[in-house]
Design a protein around this ligand. Structure first.
Ligand code: NAP
Length: 248
């Protein structure tokens, strides 16, 4: 079976590292992105250099019509998707819950929760034997924030990742007997642009001494776990949530 992956937020950070590693493992890849077209095309070029097919695709994961269009384009160009990495995610500026606007909360939950559900739904419709599919794997990106709660920083983000943990367990049990494995990776502090996007570019430097390993993780270290969960080597994992945190 041709291995075909959709990686949301595949243009930068953990998603881009996962796209490169999955291409090396033999996947053709749809590199989803929100706005950074140049970054998505660079990752696509790297995938093609590895001899695999690449499709950069702009779609806001919180937009149902855009998500459907992306899956339909992958159907047409590559064939049925066999792996989905629900990686696209955002943080926002540090703020107490008491000051969070509804607009902020809607944006956070649309990208981090609704996006994950919409993509998972489209993937299950194609992978599940119940709907005529031949199986597949879904890997969700949670965060150790789901456990820590991120007080004074972004409780909304932490809560969105708590939702991903619950969704991982629930959906995994719903489709485990239909050929679809659903699992999650729960990273700690990983050295990507997300911290600058959340207004704290020196977050990694500030917090690294609180990590038992005394260093941040790399996107590549998280990607290793994601690509393993995608693979048949993880054939008996369903509903697993794997911490990649340096012990945090
Ligand atoms: P990043 O470097 O900021 O990259 C985010 C990616 O998501 C980019 O490719 C971005 O696309 C895409 N994206 C953002 N909003 C989107 C939307 N609405 N629709 C489609 N794509 C969207 O982030 P990262 O650090 O690699 O994080 C990846 C995942 O790991 C996230 O779910 C994050 O919550 C989780 N995580 C990260 C850390 C960490 O310390 N880095 C820790 C725990 C969990 P553009 O390039 O077009 O903007």
């Amino acid at each position: 079976m041709t291995k075909i992956a959709i990686i949301t937020g595949g243009s930068r950070g953990i998603g881009a590292a996962t796209a490169r590693l999955a291409a090396a493992a033999g996947y053709d890849i749809c590199v989803n992105y929100a706005g950074d077209e140049a970054a998505a095309h660079k990752v696509a070029g790297d995938i093609e250099k590895l001899g695999r097919r690449a499709m950069p695709f702009q779609a806001d994961v919180g937009d149902e019509a855009a998500v459907k269009a992306m899956f339909e384009e992958v159907d047409r160009e590559f064939g049925p998707v066999t792996a989905l990495v629900n990686n696209a995610g955002i943080v926002d500026l540090p703020q107490p819950v008491a000051e969070m606007t509804a607009a902020r909360l809607q944006q956070m939950f649309a990208t981090n929760i609704l996006g994950c559900f919409l993509c998972a739904r489209e993937a299950v419709l194609r992978m599940s034997t119940r709907y005529g599919g031949s199986g597949g794997a879904i890997v969700n990106l949670s965060s150790v924030a789901a456990v820590l709660g991120s007080p004074g920083q972004y409780v909304d983000y932490a809560a969105s990742k708590g939702a991903i943990d619950a969704m991982t367990i629930g959906l995994a049990r719903e489709v485990a007997n239909e050929g679809v494995r659903v699992n999650a990776v729960r990273p700690g502090i990983i050295d990507t642009d997300i911290h600058a996007s959340g207004g704290v570019p020196d977050r990694v430097a500030k917090l690294k001494d609180t990590i038992p390993m005394k260093r941040p993780g790399s996107a590549e270290e998280v990607a290793e776990t994601i690509v393993w969960l995608m693979s048949d080597k993880a054939s008996y994992c369903a509903g697993a949530i794997i911490d990649v945190t340096g012990g945090r």
